[in-house]
Design a protein around this ligand. Structure first.
Ligand code: GLN
Length: 270
């Protein structure tokens, strides 16, 4: 029965995952072709689907759940994800919350997402503000293919465009909202095995102190924002001061916002 299979799966995933119960439920729901909510409400006494064991084995070997199911919920949307893009994390929703607090329901008109990956931040913002349009930039063509597919699937193709680029180089437009989750992990730092072995290192590592990309980004901000605009950068929990200093050195005003776990997660730059 499914209930017992889930309990056994939680034990098996405990050493690889911080969220073994959630992982097991998502994989079971995927094997059944139903949502996790449907699984939890009605299916716990049904037989175990044949495909569950293979999915569980992949997770036990470290593969992120989102790469196994090909999907990840983020803000109010669901994104297609695969090995070429960082798995969107709940912490990153802090950037949308920060923008929502700044702009309210009215919203920004024009949005730029630098290092868009799966398109998570741009597409979540377009879902939040139905009148907004925006551009997602990434160095990786593989990531842009995923972001475009997500924009199409969500019905945002007419409001989102994508371009290959090295941060904002060559962009000559101004935006109300700049969103950016750059790499910020110290190169060589110890990451959980499932992150280190599976997720794209170019989206994670940023030099010996993890600040390399903020050093490149900070001088670009003033030239990208419209008057009254806001830039939201994701940061590592211990980078509140060091990253803020780089933006303040450009004459920008910086405020720190915390994620749901109370950790510094977003620099709001104006
Ligand atoms: N929060 C991510 C992690 O620790 C890092 C994301 C990033 O570098 N932008 O796995």
């Amino acid at each position: 029965m499914i209930a017992q299979a889930l309990t056994a799966a939680v034990q098996r995933l405990a050493s690889i995952s911080d969220t073994p119960r959630l992982d097991a439920e998502l994989l079971m729901a995927h094997a059944l072709g139903v949502s996790r909510e449907t699984l939890l409400l009605s299916r716990l006494d049904a037989p175990i689907p044949d495909t569950f064991e293979a999915l569980l084995a992949r997770r036990a070997a470290g593969e992120p759940v989102a790469y196994i199911t090909g999907r990840r919920a983020f803000w109010s949307i669901e994104l297609e994800v695969g090995p070429g893009v960082l798995v969107p994390r709940p912490d990153t929703e802090t950037l949308i919350e920060t923008a929502l607090a700044h702009f309210g329901q009215e919203g920004p008109a024009r949005i730029l997402d630098l290092g868009t990956g799966s398109g998570a931040l741009l597409l979540a913002a377009l879902a939040q503000w139905p009148e907004a349009t925006g551009i997602g930039v990434d160095r990786s063509e593989a990531a842009l293919a995923v972001a475009r597919a997500n924009a199409d699937r969500l019905g945002f193709a007419a409001r989102a465009s994508f371009r290959t680029g090295d941060w904002a180089e060559g962009l000559d437009e101004h935006f109300d909202l700049l969103l950016c989750n750059p790499p910020y992990v110290e190169t060589g730092a110890d990451l959980p095995r499932d992150v280190r072995d599976w997720e794209p290192h170019e989206a994670l590592f940023a030099g010996p102190d993890g600040l390399d990309d903020y050093r490149r980004l900070a001088p670009m901000v003033a030239g990208l924002l419209r008057p009254g605009g806001l830039a939201c950068f994701e940061i590592g929990a211990d980078q509140g001061e060091s990253a803020a200093r780089l933006f303040a050195a450009q004459g920008l005003t910086v405020a720190l916002h915390r994620d749901l776990g109370g950790r510094p997660r977003c620099l709001a730059v104006t």
